[in-house]
Design a protein around this ligand. Structure first.
Ligand code: GTR
Length: 437
């Protein structure tokens, strides 16, 4: 666990200042030296999702589903997120706490520890689940990773305080890489649990760092060592980084949700904000059990087109966060046009399932227009599979949700998750989940 200096008072100040610019979710603004001017976006040509690697057109749904889809998935694994090792780990689910009368009897709560063991290594992740108590049948549910522990998403005092390493953030009570009681509820405004429950949905969340700490530690902790071959000490250049590990954690959470018959595992929406939105998209691409996928301000390496080089660039993200993608992704620093894919093809991997992309006008670092354009250029794949996508050509006005099977909005405000975002996600899920039943 190398890179962070010891917490002397001086270092703390220096660290706090540098964290403000790159590490604290929500504190990301517009670092200087990057392009925020639409007229300076270079000319670029996007790869066509419907032309396969040998140059043949993909004309039928069968060709997409039977061949091209796995080709595109393979390209993202090879060049962007890294291949997830195929090996199995030993999994054990432990119910650590439950209560059938929370929020004045309106909800049930479960805390489940997922234990993963292999290769002499073991990690555990705590899944926090809230379910509406009045449900008459299995409930649909939103699943997402959080940044600082389950106890930060709610003021509910019974939620276990996370004990694992996390990025220091004294402003919210995370001190010397550990959560303190002061961090309880620090991000509750981003997780309107009671609204979600009222609308008839469950919510499940887990701390991303339980799966892999968000630090460039040479992959010596988190889930990676569980998969090392004999003598292997770090992932190969085309093997998974941290985002793919987080996506793996989302799939393992879904494995658990499938075992609870009060949850409708065929109606689970996976969502995430920012870096965790990138992970949610990769999870949705790899694991077609996720019925609906939501990207909240995911930006570079998420929903935004890389070739636009607007706001955050591949070189910048690989420099600030060398552990997020596979090692081989560094080859594309400053060479976006050489990538065999762009992020519209990541969104296309969700087809024909509903996918929602949300941006914020002030979040230029994440390139709202690039996120919109990726959604738009995913449309031909949806059309091939008989689904209507966004249905509009031009960037929509602020606070005006658009689209059918591909949803999009750009709201007022900053890089964040707001009630406005959640209301749109709930409406979108209502529309698609109800339509199916
Ligand atoms: C930033 C990073 C973004 C985004 C953000 C976050 O520093 O440049 O890609 O992931 O962090 O996760 O809040």
């Amino acid at each position: 666990m190398a890179i962070l200096p010891p917490p002397t008072p001086f270092n703390r100040i220096r660290l706090a200042a540098s964290l403000m610019t790159v590490l604290i979710p929500g504190a990301v603004s517009q670092p200087a030296g990057f392009n925020y001017d639409e007229s300076a976006v270079p000319a670029y040509a996007l790869p066509d999702p419907l032309v396969n690697l040998v140059g043949d057109p993909v004309n039928t749904a069968e060709q997409w589903t039977g061949q091209r889809r796995s080709e595109v998935l393979g390209l993202f694994a090879e060049h962007v997120y890294g291949h997830t090792p195929p090996g199995a780990v030993d999994v054990h689910h432990e119910l650590t706490e439950s209560n059938d009368h929370v929020f004045d009897g309106r909800a049930r709560r479960q805390q489940v520890r997922l234990h993963f063991r292999a290769n002499g290594h073991e990690i555990a992740a705590d899944l926090l689940i809230y379910l509406p108590r009045t449900a008459t049948g299995p409930v649909p549910l939103f699943l997402g990773l959080n940044f600082f522990g389950n106890h930060t998403i709610t003021t509910d005092p019974e939620v276990h305080l996370n004990q694992n390493w996390m990025r220091s953030n004294p402003e919210i009570g995370v001190v010397d890489h550990r959560a303190t009681a002061d961090s309880r509820g620090a991000y509750a405004r981003r997780w309107p649990v009671e609204l979600i429950l009222q609308r008839g949905y469950g919510l499940a969340t887990l701390y991303s760092g339980d799966i892999d700490p968000d630090v460039d530690d040479g992959f010596q902790n988190g889930v990676h060592p569980l998969f090392y071959a004999n003598g292997q000490t770090q992932p190969a250049a085309n093997e998974w980084g941290t985002l793919a590990a987080w996506a793996w954690g989302l799939s393992r959470s879904l494995d658990y949700l499938e075992t609870d018959n009060t949850i409708d595992a065929s109606r689970v929406a996976v969502l995430g904000h920012s870096r965790l939105g990138k992970a949610a998209l990769w999870a949705g691409a790899r694991d077609e059990r996720f019925a609906l996928v939501i990207s909240n301000n995911s930006g570079c390496g998420g929903a935004a087109l890389s070739r636009r080089r607007f706001g955050e660039t591949i070189e910048r993200i690989n420099t600030s966060f060398p552990h997020w993608f596979c090692g081989g992704h560094q080859r594309y620093n400053g060479r976006e046009d050489d990538l065999p894919i762009d992020q519209h093809m990541l969104l296309a991997l969700m087809a024909p399932r509903p996918v929602y992309v949300a941006s914020a006008v002030e979040d230029l670092w994440a390139d709202p227009r690039g996120e919109f354009l990726a959604a738009r250029h995913a449309e031909p794949v949806y059309a091939l599979l008989g689904r209507s996508g966004l249905g509009i050509e031009n960037f929509p006005p602020v606070n005006q949700p658009v689209g059918d099977t591909i949803g999009y909005h750009v709201r007022t405000g900053k890089h964040d998750v707001t009630i406005y975002d959640w209301q749109r996600y709930l409406d979108f899920a209502d529309r698609h989940f109800t339509a199916r039943n």
